[in-house]
Design a protein around this ligand. Structure first.
Ligand code: ASP
Length: 587
């Protein structure tokens, strides 16, 4: 027997018992010939004590023990001497006096210590992932992930959802990212695509009459990775028949409330707030706004173009806007140098021409590059619309409406954190609804689907498909948490003629549609119920619920920004023989 208890289990009630523990050597201290070792496992740490009183043979073994060795001990549970208790450990009132010890396995000197305060760079952590995963906070995050997924499964089971697995070796799906391809050996020259999502299969499951489908699904997208993206990721994927947008959102409202309660002890009031896309863009310049703080965008085009400022006047004359935000209390915090950096940031990251600012002095005077344009009557009006007062800084961007919005969104996000306008441990959940159906791709000169091509327009907007596709709104909804898009879904088109029309606008001709999604189009003709669904990003949800800022910390074996697994070395070259079998020759 290796152990009678775990390293997190012993309490004063165990005093006097003879126990066995097994685990990793977290640390050791030699105190006047007595050796104190913290033994660690997933459940906690326990102090075990090697003392010459218990025999020289024990001491001989004890002296060879090093960090990360795997050790089993047997001994007596005793109360720690008064004054040496460790309130930080759950086992901190007791220690185990070792009577027998076995080194089960020696460890090489580890590249870093799981308990060290200073961690090495992330590359080292990823290469030695098994050491990194020994760290209690990494284990806590993965345990939280396990609990989250379990709550999801229980919740959907209670609501009558059925979990159904869909293929990994699949055909290209319509999310619009680049596919990962898998060559077929048996059909040389043909490829499977790893699914970007189970989208088509779940719609077909509705045609098949399953009514309520759910899956914890792995998805693959070959995109250039951003900080919170991974080439493979996990989605909570679901689909429902005979529903409208509100029904799907209600189901997710219930899930989020359950997760918040069970994982964080938070009582949410439902329904979660809903914001239209237009409102989100108007008030925050973005479709996934962080609603933990105010600092809403204000349009001052009218006022600004009445001043003598040429840039403002011309921008508005050309159909652009002057938009602004007020950063409360920023005057005392932001130095001139920071203001210059902020200006560089919006110009560089958001491609606008510039950022103007005006500081409100304690006597109400306006100071800053464009302050002088707002004197007399203008000053009072500006302060009123911007809701600005002494100590605040107002920022302005004059550009096309969306460009100005995006830049101010970036600025707002940054200043919100820098000026500590919210409590970072607070969570805020909301919905953004009624997205546009289409986005115009300037580079390619054509419409693309904002969500995916199976998304249904709002019934009242169907006539707009012929006259003004850009104005057409979708039955689409995104779940937003703390400024992150945590998931999104739509009501689907279940009518063949409407689907054809949407394909037409997207420039997908009949042959291409048949080639890519023919099986779905065919299925839709054999009695498809009205249906809709959603997918939430599980990795991202874990990140937000665990209060972490790195998605890689929420995945056991993640990949780097360059899509490499540093531990296994994937991807890697393969044997020429394997390529020959696949009929592949490398360029
Ligand atoms: N398949 C979509 C996605 O992965 C989600 C959905 O529409 O249900 O983004």
């Amino acid at each position: 027997m290796y152990r009678t208890h775990t390293c997190g289990e012993l309490r004063p009630t165990h005093i006097g018992q003879r126990v066995s523990l097994a685990g990793w050597v977290d640390s050791y201290r030699d105190h006047k010939g007595v050796l104190f070792v913290d033994l660690r496992d997933r459940y906690g740490k326990t102090q075990v004590v090697f003392s010459p009183e218990n025999g020289e043979s024990i001491m001989a073994v004890a002296k060879m023990i090093r960090p990360e060795d795997v050790v089993a001990v047997t001994g007596l549970v005793v109360r720690r001497p008064e004054g040496t208790e460790n309130p930080k450990l759950q086992t901190g009132d007791i220690e185990v006096r070792v009577e027998e010890v076995r080194v089960l396995n020696k460890s090489l000197t580890p590249p870093f210590h799981p308990s060290a305060k200073d961690l090495p760079g992330e590359e080292v952590r990823l290469k030695y992932r098994y050491i990194d995963l020994r760290r209690p906070e990494m284990q806590q995050t993965l345990i939280l992930r396990h609990r989250m997924v379990k709550i999801m499964r229980d919740y959907f089971d209670e609501l009558g959802f059925i979990e159904i697995e869909t293929p990994i070796l699949a055909k290209s799906t319509p999310e619009g990212a680049r596919d990962y391809l898998v060559p077929s050996r048996i059909q040389p020259g043909s490829f499977y695509a790893l699914p970007q999502s189970p989208q088509l299969f779940k719609q077909i499951l509705m045609v098949a009459g399953f009514d309520r489908y759910v899956q914890i699904a792995r998805c693959f997208r070959d995109e250039d990775l951003r900080a919170d993206r991974q080439p493979e990721f996990t989605q909570l994927d679901l689909e429902m028949s005979f529903v409208q947008a509100e029904d799907v959102m209600q189901v997710i409202d219930g899930l989020i409330a359950r997760l918040a309660k069970d994982l964080l002890g938070l009582e949410l009031s439902l329904p979660l707030p809903r914001l239209t896309y237009d409102e989100a863009m108007e008030r925050f310049g973005h479709d996934a706004p962080d609603l933990r703080f105010g600092m809403e965008l204000v349009d001052i085009s009218e006022l600004a173009s009445a001043t003598e400022n040429e840039v403002f006047r011309q921008t508005v004359a050309r159909g652009g806007r002057v938009r602004g935000v007020t950063a409360p209390g920023a005057a005392a915090v932001l130095t001139r140098k920071t203001l210059e950096e902020l200006s560089e940031y919006v110009v560089h990251d958001f491609g606008v021409k510039g950022l103007s600012w005006i500081k409100v002095e304690s006597d109400g005077q306006l100071v800053g590059p464009v302050g002088k344009y707002f004197d007399g009557d203008f000053r009072a009006k500006l302060l009123e619309v911007m809701q600005a007062g002494a100590g605040d800084i107002m920022f302005f961007v004059a550009d096309r409406k969306e460009a100005a919005g995006k830049a101010l969104y970036g600025l707002r996000r940054r200043l919100g954190a820098e000026l500590k306008l919210y409590d970072p441990s607070r969570m805020h959940f909301s919905w953004v609804v009624e997205f546009p159906m289409f986005e115009f791709d300037e580079a390619e000169g054509r419409w693309t689907a904002m969500h995916h091509p199976f998304t249904s327009p709002r019934p009242q907007d169907i006539p707009l498909l012929d006259t003004d596709p850009g104005a057409c709104r979708a039955q689409a909804y995104d779940l937003v948490i703390n400024g992150y898009e945590a998931g999104g879904g739509t009501i689907r088109i279940h009518d063949q003629a409407l689907q054809q029309k949407v394909f037409q606008i997207l420039g997908i001709d009949q042959a291409a549609a048949r080639e890519r999604f023919g099986f779905l189009l065919e299925a839709l003709q054999y009695g498809a119920p009205p249906h809709g669904g959603i997918a939430l990003g599980v990795d991202r949800l874990v990140m937000l619920f665990a209060g972490r800022d790195n998605i890689r910390d929420c995945i056991a074996f993640p990949k780097t920004q360059r899509a490499v697994d540093l531990m296994t070395g994937a991807p890697s070259p393969v044997d020429p023989k394997q390529l020959r079998e696949l009929g592949i020759r490398l360029l």
